[in-house]
Design a protein around this ligand. Structure first.
Ligand code: PLP
Length: 382
């Protein structure tokens, strides 16, 4: 199978990730920080190593600022429900994933908060920034913004949006689902208050693991409460990180696999990885122009304006039909709304959805050529 759904989760996983998950299951099936025995200490050491790798990758201030979660959705929920108080207002972009929209909508439904959506104007960062500025009001407590659209690959001017938030004394939360491991994210330099990441996409870890990086000195309210192995006599959750936000037994195989994923991209080189994926996406983009009745919703891929995600449709054909055809040809792509309806509303693709292609470090030219041949055949006969 040619797998081109890497914006959902990367596949295959690097061999060292598979080995490390296996190794963790064999060697670290003990509860870190809960016992003085050797297996517990070894498990704690393995967790610490991944925490340090994540700290360094994102330039976090300290390893305590790295929180392990089950994925980007949990990281975002932890920030949203941990920061917001009744009466607060939030600004989000029109490209946000349901992992942002749904928790906010739920809080709004309960009458607790309100939120506004700033339209992203593709190709005009000044206009996008202006839309954010206009959406801010006296009650705005936080801006949440995706680094890049998971549907169209469009990069948002998040450094400028973060600076805008801070100039109003507003917190900034970055959804790095489509950028972590691919674009440079420097928390120290950019001052993002919160960065939410999946561990299983561009960081090449297994599914079921994610990260929340905290830069703000804000003490988040807890999403879940439980045992931490620290301050156990106290019925209240610890007021220090990471313990405050990591109750229950940690996902050790996931954490170890994530550590191996970070080591993998470090060794491969993020710059080299970027060049590889952009080259393939440019090749695909240029090839797609010659497909009959193609409707491309992504501009030509380039580092300043996009991540390697391309969305398109063929004529009036439903995106699911194209994906099903490709699946029969042994090519896995994603169709539909990609959990980001407002991005489609903006683009006029809410009814049809789009076909989405996203490569990984393991995608090669031949994969793209085979995809192109299949698409040309499909468009010819449709
Ligand atoms: N945010 C964006 C932009 C995404 O693309 C995704 C997943 O596709 C998520 C959040 C949710 O990530 P996870 O599946 O790790 O919870």
């Amino acid at each position: 199978m040619i797998y081109l759904d890497n914006a959902a989760t990367t596949s295959p996983k690097p061999e060292i990730v598979i080995k490390e998950v296996n190794n963790a299951l064999r060697k670290y099936s003990a509860n870190p920080g809960r016992g003085g025995h050797t297996p517990s200490i070894q498990a704690a050491r393995a967790v610490y190593q991944t925490r340090m790798l994540a700290k360094e990758l994102f330039h976090a201030a300290a390893q305590e600022n790295v929180i392990f979660t089950s994925g980007c959705t949990q990281s975002l929920n932890t920030v949203i429900k941990g920061v917001l108080k009744p009466g607060d207002h939030v600004v989000i972009s029109s490209m946000e994933h349901n992992a942002v929209v749904r928790p906010l909508y739920r809080l709004k439904q309960k009458g607790l908060i309100d939120y506004s959506t700033a339209d992203v104007i593709i190709g005009d960062d000044d206009a996008t920034l202006n839309a954010f500025r206009k959406a801010i009001n006296a009650k705005t407590r936080m801006i949440i913004c995706t680094h890049a659209s998971n549907v169209f690959g469009t990069r948002l001017p998040v450094e400028r949006i973060c600076a805008l938030a801070h100039s109003y004394g507003i917190l900034f939360c970055l959804d790095a689902a489509q950028s972590a491991g691919f674009l440079d994210i420097d928390i120290a330099e950019n001052g993002y208050d919160f960065v939410c990441c999946p561990g299983h996409k561009g960081l090449y870890g297994p599914t079921g693991i994610g990260l929340l990086l905290i830069h703000s000195n804000q003490l988040l309210d807890t999403l879940t409460e439980g045992g931490t192995g620290s301050d156990s006599v106290n019925p209240v959750m610890p007021d220090y990180y990471p313990d405050r936000l990591e109750s229950g037994t940690l996902n050790i195989p996931g954490i170890c696999g994530l550590g191996a994923g970070i080591r993998f991209i470090d060794r491969y080189g993020i710059e080299k990885l970027r060049r590889h994926e952009y080259r393939l996406m440019k090749m695909l983009y240029q090839g797609l122009q010659s497909v009959k009745n193609i409707r491309l919703y992504t501009d030509e891929p380039d580092i300043l304006h996009s991540v390697p995600v391309i969305s398109f449709n063929i004529d009036e054909v439903e995106s699911e039909k194209v994906a099903a055809y490709l699946n029969n040809k042994g090519i896995a792509v994603r169709a539909g709304l990609h959990c980001a309806p407002s991005a489609h509303r903006m683009m006029g693709t809410l009814d049809s959805g789009t076909v989405r292609i996203a490569p990984s470090v393991f995608t090669n030219e031949k994969d793209i050529q085979i995809l192109m041949i299949a698409l040309k055949k499909f468009s010819y006969f449709s």
